[in-house]
Design a protein around this ligand. Structure first.
Ligand code: S3P
Length: 406
């Protein structure tokens, strides 16, 4: 177990270069793997989760070249839709739910056997929601615990059958797994989600030459995505924006530490991800969004953050998917805000790398914050600008918890 000692910062100032987006990196690697011809992925995220997806693609027979200068770059030579081969070992996806779920979808359409597993935390996370619709598409899939969890065994099939899937929860991992399987299906697969989740798969597929239809999804309405099977993807030149979910830690730090001004260049500001920015604005944060532009189908902008006093807010329901990964750092902002913050309808947070509701409640208490854990969320009494007291706390093996507590 590793320990990190963090001392209060006197001042934050300057430019923060944020690593590439994790969700988009996974998707770019997987699409490159089934595309025809070379793909270059600029500014990919060389962190363990994405490296697991990359190692899986290599194990499935695809050569990958990594370069580290001056920004991380990947070159993948795709051999088209029939290039992947049965791996000669288990695919170990570590802590990465996105790798596990998206690969299960992709491999459902590959006519060979794959076994996917991961660490203790990943092997506890729900898989039935992915396995069931893929079975309906014709893949043979088994999961431990009667189909609930990983390890997952996939005997893929080609072609799969297109289905019309209604997702029980807004989950981009589930949606993307079905769209990837849909690439190898006869007919058009439709996926309807109750609230629009991050839409990186829908934005990236056209970069590789595929056509995807998207209906609805505005103002909290359900969104329906259509993916016609048999489309051939072409290798592409992909540029990955900085990850807003990583930037979020710096944004909150620059707001609550007596900082000067912090600039964050070329951060992804896809509206399915910017829930925290909007919410911090309502809490009183001073965040300026400049130079909006597009990078490989994704909106990006430079962010400038200045210190501000925050006030508590109440949130729930349809606002959560756009800030699903920012809950730990939102709790930190709430802990130093003036007044109470309440988050409701957030049950999904108990199914992440850790039970993020229970963990944030327990860890914030160690800093002297008054917190009430709710079945579907949390109630935090802000310290109104008083400093938190130092604490010995635990990340519970969850990277976003570690960053938020730091
Ligand atoms: C992700 C989707 C989200 C998110 C995760 C990354 C993705 O999970 O929490 O960190 O890349 O699709 P769910 O789809 O399970 O909500």
């Amino acid at each position: 177990m590793s320990r990190l000692i963090v001392r209060p910062a006197g001042r934050l100032q300057g430019e923060a270069t944020i690593p590439g987006d994790k969700s988009i990196t996974h998707r770019a690697i997987l699409l490159a793997a089934v595309a025809e011809g070379p793909t270059t992925i600029h500014h990919y995220l060389p962190a363990d989760d994405c490296l697991r997806t990359l190692a899986a693609v290599e194990a499935l027979g695809l050569p990958v070249k990594r370069e580290a200068t001056p920004i991380p770059l990947l070159r993948i030579s795709g051999g088209g839709p029939t290039a992947l081969r049965e791996a000669d070992h288990l695919l170990d996806l570590g802590n990465s739910g996105t790798s596990l779920r998206l690969l299960t979808g992709l491999l459902a359409g590959q006519p060979f056997i794959s076994i996917l597993t991961g660490d203790v935390s990943l092997r506890r996370r729900p898989m039935r929601r992915v396995i069931e619709p893929l079975r309906r598409m014709g893949a043979e899939i088994y999961g431990w615990g009667g189909g609930e969890r990983a390890p997952v065994v996939v005997r893929g099939r080609r072609p799969l059958q297109a289905i019309d899937a209604e997702l029980p929860v807004a989950s981009a991992q589930l949606k993307s797994a079905l769209l990837l399987a849909g690439l190898f299906a006869d007919g058009t697969t439709h996926v309807t989600e109750p609230i629009r989740s991050r839409d990186h798969t829908e934005r990236l597929l056209p970069q590789f030459g595929a056509v995807v239809t998207v209906d609805g999804g505005v103002d909290g309405q359900p969104s329906r995505i259509g993916m016609t099977g048999g489309q051939r993807l072409r290798g592409a030149e992909i540029h990955i924006p900085a990850d807003l979910s990583s930037a979020a830690f710096v944004i909150v730090a620059a707001t609550i530490v007596k900082a000067a001004e912090v600039r964050l260049p070329a951060v992804g500001v896809n509206p399915t991800r910017t829930g925290l920015l909007d919410l911090l604005g309502e809490m009183g944060a001073k965040i300026t969004v400049e130079r909006r532009r597009e990078l490989s189908g994704e909106p990006v902008a430079d962010l400038i953050v200045r210190p501000a006093s925050l006030r508590g807010v109440a949130i729930g329901g349809d606002r959560l998917p756009a800030m699903i990964d920012e809950f730990p750092i939102l709790c930190v902002a709430a802990a130093v805000a003036d007044g109470e913050t309440v988050v409701r309808n957030a049950e999904e947070l108990r199914l992440k790398e850790s039970d993020r509701i229970a963990v944030m409640a327990a860890e914030l208490r160690k800093f002297g914050v008054a917190v009430e854990e709710l079945a579907d969320g949390i109630r935090i009494s802000g310290q109104s600008g008083r400093r938190l007291r130092g604490a010995v706390c635990q990340s519970h093996g969850d990277h976003r918890i570690a960053m938020a507590l730091a």
